[in-house]
Design a protein around this ligand. Structure first.
Ligand code: 2M8
Length: 443
């Protein structure tokens, strides 16, 4: 796909800005009407990246409202609830206030999402100069640093350098194959028995709220959603106390996407600290220093990266898009990057007509329009474009950029796109598709 005609790019830009206006909730932006009526952590970071190109104060506001909901222990939650009650896993389901660290108002979930905040803060800063830039970085530095401290203190308790996640929603790739493998069969016995007696799955199928908004075949499977919900219920009964979760048999997964993004975020946090002349606290500094090397231990003999079970250190050998995110981290060697690029460009697996697919075509999970089990996602492409550039793949990065823009121009501002025919799927109009389109167009 070559560079786009100016008329098409102008239209794309104005459509994208329109989407952000439609989804504007005042102080934050919802990912999409209907299905996602609240504020999501990593969505807002991607949204701020786009907003920064044409409305810096609004981009700042987007990130301020995230930080406002930071928990007392430093966690920044994955969803910050608006007053809109229509969501399939709302504040009364979570009951996060059971945890003493919770932010009482606004109400939030009790888990986090990939730490894209440092990248968003820096993107906004790049639009500011002198005193304004310094004030902005100073304002965000404290919350950002506390957030990174929380990540390591709760999620890397043995100082191994890699952090674990307690729920697939923390990875942002909700039903990605390795996570689904990780949690399969993790329902407690009581639930399994009740399921056998009453067919809870069929009951949930009828009560699902998300599939009223988006066709069921484009969302997570009911069986998987059921397990995902039951893990939240179990953690809720432990008051989301991480020491109890650690002792329990709730699946704990060392996620590739999260750890790769964390490395990039650490690098940017360091840059902010240096610019402000405020050193990173020693303990955090030591933890951060271990992550790049530790990420490289997730490389298997085949050159593919896998996440692993936190407790057993066993790889979860299920291929999915996350395997390429080490490119974005910048922590791998050139040879390791080269072999990832080769893997990604395979036209039988990831590099389909629209690419890269979020699950390889030869995976038993592959379904072209189902959420994180096949479709192409703009935020992933955006991170991969940066990763490719870091390893000298300028041409391929440019090609992927034009390809992504072409896919959005043709398919519309959808949440994700079929890798087979590029048709849009999921929620519409979707904010990060719009905001990252703006960013790619503005480069
Ligand atoms: C999706 O996840 C939410 C739960 O967090 C859902 O399905 O209800 C994911 O794609 C996630 O990455 C994203 O942040 C969220 C909102 O766009 O939707």
């Amino acid at each position: 796909m070559g560079t786009m005609d100016e008329r098409i790019t102008d239209k794309l830009l104005s459509d994208a800005k329109h989407v952000l206006a439609v989804n504007d909730l005042g102080e934050s932006t919802r990912p999409a009407p209907g299905l996602y009526p609240h504020q999501w952590f990593w969505d807002s970071c991607f949204i701020a990246v786009g907003l920064a190109h044409f409305d810096v104060p609004r981009a700042q506001q987007e990130l301020r409202s995230l930080v406002k909901a930071q928990w007392k222990n430093g966690m920044i939650p994955h969803v910050i609830f608006s007053k809109n009650p229509e969501y399939h896993a709302g504040p009364d389901f979570w009951q996060s206030e059971r945890n003493p660290n919770a932010c009482p108002e606004p109400r939030t979930t009790a888990i986090t999402q990939p730490p894209v905040l440092a990248e968003a803060v820096m993107r906004v800063a790049s639009k500011l100069k002198g005193k304004e830039r310094k004030e902005w970085l100073t304002e965000m530095y404290g919350p950002l640093m506390r957030y990174h401290e929380w990540i390591y203190s709760e999620r890397d308790p043995y100082g191994e350098g890699l952090v674990f996640l307690i729920h697939s929603w923390e990875s942002g790739l909700d039903n990605t194959p390795p996570w689904m493998d990780m949690i399969a069969g993790s329902k407690p016995l009581k639930v399994k028995m009740a399921d056998a007696m009453y067919n809870l799955e069929a009951w949930l199928e009828n009560r699902r709220k998300d599939t009223r908004q988006v066709p069921a075949e484009e969302r997570i499977r009911t069986k998987e959603l059921y397990t995902v919900y039951s893990i939240i219920e179990r953690m809720r009964s432990m008051k989301y106390d991480i020491s109890k979760v650690l002792e329990s048999n709730v699946p704990l997964y060392v996620d590739l996407v999260f750890n790769s993004i964390l490395i990039r975020a650490n690098e940017l946090l360091e840059a902010i600290a240096t610019e402000l002349g405020k050193p990173i606290p020693q303990k955090l500094h030591t933890s951060m220093g271990k992550t790049p090397g530790a990420l490289r231990t997730l490389r298997s003999e085949s050159g593919e990266f896998f996440g692993r079970d936190f407790r057993t250190h066993q790889f979860i050998r299920e291929s999915a898009i996350g395997t390429f995110l080490p490119l974005y981290s910048g922590a791998i060697t050139q040879e390791e990057a080269d072999s990832l690029v080769k893997l990604m460009k395979n036209s039988y697996t990831y590099w389909l007509k629209y690419h890269p697919a979020s699950a390889p075509k030869n995976s038993p999970y592959f379904t072209p329009r189902r959420y994180w089990q096949g479709p192409v996602w703009v935020n992933i492409n955006w991170m991969l474009i940066q990763g490719l550039r870091r390893y000298g793949y300028q041409e391929l990065a440019e090609e992927l950029k034009q390809h992504t823009l072409g896919m959005v121009a043709q398919g519309g501002m959808y949440e994700y796109f079929s890798p087979l025919d590029g048709r849009g799927a999921g929620a519409h109009p979707f904010s990060w598709t719009a905001s990252l389109t703006i960013d790619l167009l503005s480069e």
